[in-house]
Write a protein that binds this ligand. Sequence first.
Ligand SMILES: [Zn+2]
Length: 324
Amino acid sequence: MTRILWISILLLIIAFVAVSCKNQKGLKQDIGEATLKNSKDSVQENHSDQSDSLLESEQGAASPKQPSDAKSRTSAVADSSLKNYKYSWTDSENIPPVIIIVDDFGTATGALLQNFANLPKEVAFAILPDLPHTQAAAQAAQNSGRDVLIHCPMEATISKTSPGKRYLKPGQDGETVRDMLDSFYAQMPMAIGLNNHMGSTATQNKELMQTVLEHLRTKGLLFVDSVTIGNTAGYRLAQSVGMRPIKRDLFLDVPDNSDATIAARISDLGRFRGRVEPVIIITHCHNNAKLVALQKFITQIQDMGVRLTSLSGWYGSGGVALGN
Ligand SMILES: [Zn+2]
């Protein structure tokens, strides 16, 4: 009997040691993946049009499972393993402030919309026009005191998904472009600017972008180029029409919402060390996984000493003509 007892104890010890070794290995693999993705990210911009279509195709795929209250959100953040990753920087002193824009509002509603509206008020909402929850998103953004951008649908090269019911594309005459912009603006008059939804074709077209930028300038609106394709003309033309060039630096949710991807994006902030202008990061409101990833990202960078700032706080809420 005693011998059986001793054999059982021995087996338990062996099982415990085996499980511990497996966990150690998993952690090392995670760190390795973060490093690998970080090194691959230098080519991310060239592929961002594909990323854009990938992201837009997720539209409407919102998970019905939402955190039921503030406590569950907090515990999701507290469980974050982001501290276990190694980063390309540890001293935040010369890391620029970060601006976060969440794209594609207009589909999100209910608890998902409300939980995004509970994020720090520096986080901007980019809202698609002509959608069932466009107004709800604009209202939620305004109630929570955050910046609104018109998330303007524009023609894309690769995506099979239509950018929207109405969208800007090359070949449209100036009046059509201006009327559409005015109509989008009328749906969210609190907007301080505009960024492009998709638009890998449209933003390459200088004539179209010139018309868009000149009209935005007369309305006192910012233009943030989402950079869904490497050779976008958007932010490059901004300066020539007297506006400040502003563009997206990183996508947070490409290729996915894993901890390894979030950690890789945190490492990427090290590339901007010493720059004065803020780092502009775009993510999306499609589902709860993206919300939780963003919460983890914000918690981790704030813990590391990086400051969030808002678009209006940095660039002003009205016109951004050079020299103003
Ligand atoms: Zn979009």
